[in-house]
Design a protein around this ligand. Structure first.
Ligand code: ACO
Ligand code: KIV
Ligand code: MG
Length: 514
């Protein structure tokens, strides 16, 4: 297996993400985690950018022992001197020099002819070579540079003393076959190419950063530059975790490997996200929250039978505990039954089916159905009181300018549904008055409480009531994503229990699952 060197630029190109600013302490914390992850090279910053960045690069250089530390520099002496200062104390320092070579950059940005570009870069490399053994040179915007000129620039960099020549697709313009072809051409046309390492630095403007980096590997690149979570200028850089996991997962195809400790990937991703404030999208490859989560029934069934049906990487590989089967409206009975077992419920098939039907109703209303939701759904039905009254529908009219009113339709047994409207001091009072009008029961509301059983705006609300009638009291419980509906359900539940107690005095509530 060929070793691919990993050059991490989270602290330099990653920090160029709009809105990201890492202080010295944060850079050191990330660098130490990158060291644990096992990256070979860490680009810690651009020392000429500010005194703060110079100090941060220096702090990283002094803290990290097992990776080469790199500082970026324009092809100017003052930048090189700043990098020299910053890299003092590094065990294995390296200077990263760059100068744009594409016609667009030459003409509009640098206002240089080809000859001037060659001369400026050569002068900078030779100046730096007095102070650095290791120099990486990047012809910025190499992807849009004429291929013959790129060969000329690369040959010049090798002669002047560069030890790595990095090929940046600065604006993410390349396709994999074009980018791969650059490496193939350099490898076969540039004199002295075997003396240096070739590197790829890709951007994700068209979503091809990882594919382009892999194409570079297939065509001879020795090093991949990238960032954790793919952060970076504009649409970001190649995500290092994607390259490392592709090489690990498809080793037979790439015949190449990295020295990353793959188990550190998840932790590194979380740290970078936390300190940069850049949230990792749920669907991000490898490190997104959904990368090992399965919601649909057919996939969950496959996962329960054999994980490789729907997972090409095991979550443990990157340091996560396990895959998640997320219950939602696309889930099926296999996953639901597994969840019940996890939660400690052992139900008969019929009971599972009844609970599953209720779960589907809830899943239609809620984005995620949590463990608390499922417990609540199951336990609502633990007590098998005969349902004399059942809530069919509920409508509430509320305005703070008028008296609240409610209309309820209630099944009263034997297929009869009665509808009544009433007013009250508040919406709940109006609902309870309307229920009383239907049932004809005279009861006293002794207690009413409400709590949320799960999290978020669409959490299930659970209402508890205690009703009293002729010295007998009964509790009732109602659950719904709507607290008014939960209130109505709790009241009707308590009424049913009161009636049951009246019919069989001394009877204690009998518990059974669903
Ligand atoms: C593709 C990349 O990611 S490249 C790295 C990009 N990162 C950064 O730019 C972050 C750090 N940069 C900075 O803090 C500032 O830009 C500094 C300190 C480097 C320079 O600041 P200023 O002196 O105010 O210059 P400013 O940024 O406005 O313009 C850049 C100048 O550098 C020149 N330049 C650009 N690249 C290079 C280079 N590789 N070598 C030499 N000169 C360069 C530009 O042509 C321009 O020159 P001009 O002033 O003669 O027109
Ligand atoms: C400095 C260089 C390598 C860069 O970040 C780019 O061209 O994208
Ligand atoms: Mg870049």
């Amino acid at each position: 297996m060929r070793k691919i060197y990993i050059f991490d630029t989270t602290l330099r190109d990653g920090e160029q993400s709009p809105g990201v600013n890492l202080n010295t302490q944060e850079k050191v914390e990330i660098a130490l985690q990158l060291e644990k992850l096992g990256v070979d090279r860490i680009e810690a910053g651009f020392p000429a950018a500010s005194p703060g960045d110079l100090a941060a690069v220096n702090a990283v250089a002094r803290a990290v022992k097992n990776a080469s530390i790199i500082g970026l520099s324009r092809s100017r002496e003052q930048d090189i001197d700043a990098a020299r200062e910053a890299l003092k104390g590094a065990q294995d320092p390296c200077l990263h020099l760059f100068l744009a070579t594409s016609p667009i950059h030459r003409k509009h940005k640098l206002r240089m002819e080809k000859e001037q570009v060659l001369e400026t870069a050569e002068r900078a490399i030779r100046y730096a070579k007095q102070y650095f053994d290791k120099i990486e040179f990047s012809p910025e915007d190499a992807g849009r540079t004429e291929l013959d000129f790129l060969c000329e620039v690369t040959a010049m960099a090798i002669r002047a003393g560069a030890t790595v020549v990095n090929i940046p697709d600065t604006v993410g313009y390349m396709t994999p076959s074009e980018f791969g072809n650059i490496f193939k051409t350099l490898k076969s046309n540039v004199e002295g190419i075997e003396k240096i390492q070739l590197s790829a630095h890709c951007h994700d403007d068209l979503g091809m950063a990882t594919a382009n980096a892999l194409a570079a590997i297939l065509n001879g690149a020795d090093q991949i530059e990238g960032t954790i979570n793919g952060i970076g200028e504009r649409a970001g850089n190649t995500a290092i975790e994607e390259v490392a996991m592709t090489l690990a997962t498809r080793a037979e195809f790439f015949q190449a490997t990295t020295s990353l400790q793959l188990k550190e990937i998840a932790k590194t991703s979380r740290l970078v996200s936390k300190l940069t404030g850049m949230v990792v999208p749920g669907n991000k490859a490898i490190v997104g929250a959904n990368a090992f989560a399965h919601e649909s029934g057919i996939h969950q069934d496959g996962m329960l039978k054999e994980k490789t049906t729907y997972e090409i990487i095991s979550p443990e590989t990157i340091g996560l505990k396990e895959s998640k089967l997320v219950l939602g409206k696309h889930s099926g009975r296999h996953a639901f039954r597994e969840k019940l077992i996890d939660l400690g419920y052992e139900l008969e098939e019929e009971a599972v089916n009844a609970a599953f039907a209720k779960f589907k109703d809830l899943a239609d209303k809620k984005k995620d159905v949590s463990d608390e939701d499922i417990r609540a759904l199951l336990e609502e039905k633990l007590i098998d009181t005969p349902e004399v009254f059942t809530l069919k529908s509920l409508q509430v009219n509320y305005s703070n300018q008028s008296v609240p009113g409610a209309t309820v339709s209630i099944g009263t047994g034997e297929g009869v549904v009665v509808e009544k409207t009433a007013e009250g001091n508040g919406s709940v009072d109006a609902i309870y008055n309307a229920i009383d009008a239907v049932t004809g029961e005279s009861v006293e509301l002794e207690d009413y409480s409400i709590k949320s059983v799960s999290q978020g705006k669409d959490a299930l609300g659970e209402v508890h009531v205690v009703l009293k009638q002729d010295e007998v009291s009964a509790q009732g419980r109602g659950l719904s994503t709507d607290i008014l509906e939960a209130s109505a359900r709790a009241y009707i539940d308590a009424l049913n229990r009161l009636i049951d107690k009246r019919k069989s005095p001394g009877r204690r509530d009998k518990m059974s699952l669903i």
